[in-house]
Design a protein around this ligand. Structure first.
Ligand code: FE2
Ligand code: FE2
Length: 375
């Protein structure tokens, strides 16, 4: 039942197998999982995780398995945290006889930790960027040795280049998303939408898109672009945008023009992301039955991105409290969406909306506006 330590040939085979996968992977979480799997196979441990430093939030984080949310702890805490902080390797042969081991997690999960190894690793400039941590050696000698240290360092150095380029890619994506949220808020803040409105619209749109069968790349694109749906409002005069009371027909036409303006602002780009945003800005007020604006498109003539964002935007606007209206109770919102199924909204999207409602409500709760502050 015990395993035998691997020969050099076997180690090489594992390295080749994983390096091919890691080099072609662009998703950071997937790279972390692949690196962890590689480490676990190479040193024959029961569990293995790869931890990275997040300098922005001063935390370290890991991704334990596909689909599972990441785990985060404050920088410098825990065994792996102190290993990253000091740059020292840690080998513990018998966790329960070592004061450095915190058994809280074992007590919660029922897992029994025996041996531990923690190996920090560095980037090309020599700065520590993360660490390998493995638990419970599966060979007859039931603890980790200096050879395991070497092997994990080796694994980290082989994967390091790919890891760094994926982290850089992720940094660019995150920065882009933040800029877009900010741009989107400029449009919203001038009218009455505040707080996390654009973030919620982004997440609702993503969930609806996936449930409708759009690819993860398309859904991801829509998630990033949909916060810009009202960007055209930057060009609408305050006197019209925030006029108390009823609008004249001419003023209403001016408000409606935010769709065209948003489209004009964004349509010139050759980037998929901004083209998606242009579609959303133009078509989020179209209605399934053809009575919307600005084009009066009908049914599937309206781009799927526009149809999805329309549902996400209206759901969020009704859910939130505004100076001119209280937050609607869920039942009232559900009734309206049901009534407007096939009128304002694509029936297929309303069906998916109800199917995904628990997930959408979870997002609403997570991204709540604690305090609604209008200006
Ligand atoms: Fe709008
Ligand atoms: Fe909106």
């Amino acid at each position: 039942m015990f395993k035998q330590d691997l020969t050099s040939d076997e180690l090489l085979r594992i390295i080749f197998k994983y390096m091919a996968k890691i080099a072609s992977e662009r998703n950071l979480n997937e790279v972390l999982v692949l690196m962890a799997d590689m480490g676990r196979e190479m040193i024959l441990s029961d569990r293995c995780t790869v931890w990275l430093i997040d300098r922005v939030s001063e935390q370290i984080y890991t991704k334990v398995a596909h689909g599972v949310d990441e785990i985060r702890i404050p920088l410098g805490t825990g065994l792996v945290g102190s290993s990253i902080a000091t740059g020292e390797n840690i080998i513990i042969k018998d966790a329960y006889n070592d004061p450095r081991h915190n058994a809280d997690n074992d007590r919660k999960t029922g897992y029994v930790t025996k041996s531990i190894i923690t190996v920090p690793f560095r980037n090309n400039d020599g700065e520590i960027i993360g660490a390998y941590q493995a638990i419970n050696k599966l060979t007859e000698v039931d603890y980790f040795t200096d050879r395991d240290l070497e092997i994990l360092s080796l694994a980290a150095s082989y994967a390091g280049k790919s890891l760094e380029s994926v982290m850089l890619h992720q940094e660019i994506i995150d920065t882009q998303r933040e800029i877009i949220f900010t741009m989107g808020e400029i449009g919203e803040i001038r009218s009455t939408e505040t707080g996390n409105h654009v973030k919620r619209v982004a997440e609702y749109s993503y969930v609806l898109a996936r449930a409708l069968g759009l690819s993860s790349a398309e859904a991801e694109m829509l998630r990033t672009a949909s916060p810009m749906h009202d960007i055209g409002k930057v060009a609408i005069p305050d006197a019209v945008l925030n006029k108390p009371g009823k609008l004249t027909p001419a003023e209403y036409e001016i408000i409606k023009s935010h769709t065209k303006i948003g489209y004009q602002l964004l349509k010139g780009s050759k980037r998929d992301l901004l083209r998606t945003a242009a579609i959303v800005a133009e078509q989020h007020h179209e209605k399934w039955d053809g009575t919307g604006y600005p084009l009066g498109r009908k049914g599937e003539e309206i781009h799927i991105y526009g149809r999805i964002t329309a549902v996400a935007d209206v759901f969020d606007a009704l859910s939130a409290e505004r100076v001119y209206k209280p937050a609607w109770p869920l039942e009232k919102i559900e009734n309206l969406l049901r009534e407007e199924r096939g009128r304002h909204f694509d029936p297929a999207i309303i069906d998916v909306f109800f199917e995904q409602l628990p997930k959408l409500l979870e997002i609403r709760k997570r991204l709540t506006d604690d305090k609604v502050d209008n200006e």
